[in-house]
Design a protein. Sequence first.
Length: 355
Amino acid sequence: MSTLMSGISDAFDEDTRLAHASVAEPEYDGDLPDLSVVIPTYRRREMLARCLAAVLAQDFDPARYEIIVCDDSPDAATRDCVERLAREHAAHGPRIRYIPVTATQGPAGARNAGWRAARARRIAFTDDDTQPAVRWLSAGLHVMNMGADAVAGRIVVPLPERPTDYERDAAGLAHAEFATANVFVERAALARTGGFDARFTSAWREDSDLQFALMEAGFVFARADDAVVLHPVRPARWGVSLSQQKKSQFDALLYKKYPRLYRERIRRAPPFLYYAIIAAAVMAPSAWLSGNGRLAIVAAVAWLCMTGWFCIKRLASTARSSSHILEMAYTSIAIPFLSIFWRLYGAVKFRVFFV
């Protein structure tokens, strides 16, 4: 444990976020826009172009909003795409800016770079793989004008009749309370709470972290169901669910910062099935090597039954192609081990008891 601890950089304390609470106002030139649209991007120029086309098609006075693209992996192609659009809309708006993000990694840090550079008092967040509806900005601003400090819009995730396991998981965005693919926040509220915690280096729990910070600071939340963004599920490589387990470490960070809100809002109990599967997998060879063949067989059968049930559960309402069934069988064997590893890794990294 001590070796692992020495190999992991010290986690920042809670006041890391608060240390940035006094964010200087950007320098303003000319009339202020009503909204700044912040879009983080990472090596997805074609998706970004579609997103920008939708944001530029809003039924909103183009002189009253600006678009800020925060490139978390700066490259010439993305910059050229954004700057070309900026030139095309320079005369009548909206103003479009490209910000290369080099100080941090992850969408949390990129969004911080965006809202801190924003000229408007209200920030609209979306992602580069979304397509906002034409009334997105007007509907969101309408609810903010009614007194809300933070507004969550509606996310629509189109799915086939029998989605893959990955597609079904991605569709959880449609039911999220507060997902940064579609939220509006007062800049003053972001400045007071410090915005996003850049330690969330993956697109996981950074939006809940901001939500909880705003809640604890007493800001007013509202829904804007007419502020809609379409969020198509991106194609994913075979076995993608294995690499996604790495995100589990950020559950530990969120729990450390907001244990009560985590239990109330996330409502994720410890994955007892995963622990049971691992215990059976370890017990079977251990019992066999110690000469207890009967216990080894019982443990092996228990592991097989629990793993099979886990796989069947994942397949219950998902695609039944031979490739997908094989993928579910393969990943169901590995997921419990990877998930628990990253969960405990997060507990050690962020120094919190989290099982």
